[in-house]
Design a protein around this ligand. Structure first.
Ligand SMILES: C[S@@+](CC[C@H](N)C(=O)[O-])C[C@H]1O[C@@H](n2cnc3c(N)ncnc32)[C@H](O)[C@@H]1O
Length: 144
């Protein structure tokens, strides 16, 4: 484990202790999952929205896939994570908001080519999950 991964673990664990329901995991996802989650995403086809990026493990995988940082819209509800993401990905748009509110907003960008979710959907109510999915599809281009 490198120094960043160790720092991310502690940051994540602290966030989990202060808000277990929202964070829903004691540690960030690993590289293999990040690769799997992002493997179908094709660069140059439009903005990509990421829901619940946490410390940005999927975000980094998106950049490695060739998605331009300025094409990323990161939606995160944890304020400590938001600050970290703003520092790490200064050219991405980082929004501090509940992903549930997505459907209520006009598009922030051109329609997204993909939405990647790191949200703990299984610990959310069906009503909340439906609101999040409705918002995600509203912001996505046809065929996204
Ligand atoms: C299980 S963690 C996953 C973090 C990261 N994607 C990873 O795989 O390491 C869930 C993330 O979703 C965020 N989150 C939870 N509910 C949210 C909501 N309603 N809107 C936006 N972000 C939310 C949490 O703050 C946390 O960063």
């Amino acid at each position: 484990m490198n120094a960043t991964a160790v720092a991310d673990f502690f940051q994540f664990f602290r966030s989990y202790l202060s808000n277990p329901w929202q964070v829903s995991a004691i540690a960030p996802s690993g590289q293999s999952l990040a690769r799997l989650m992002t493997q179908e995403i094709v660069p140059g086809t439009g903005p990509v929205i990421e829901l619940g990026p946490g410390t940005g493990i999927f975000t980094r995988a998106l950049l490695r896939r060739g998605i331009a940082e300025r094409d990323l819209l990161l939606i995160e509800y944890g304020s400590d994570f938001v600050r970290l993401l703003q520092e790490r990905f200064p050219r991405a748009r980082v929004l501090w908001m509940d992903a549930r509110q997505l459907a209520q907003y006009e598009r922030f960008t051109a329609p997204a080519s993909a939405v990647v979710s790191g949200l703990p959907l299984l610990s959310m109510s069906p009503r909340k999950v439906i609101a999040i999915l409705t918002g995600a599809f509203r912001h996505m281009q046809e065929g996204g």
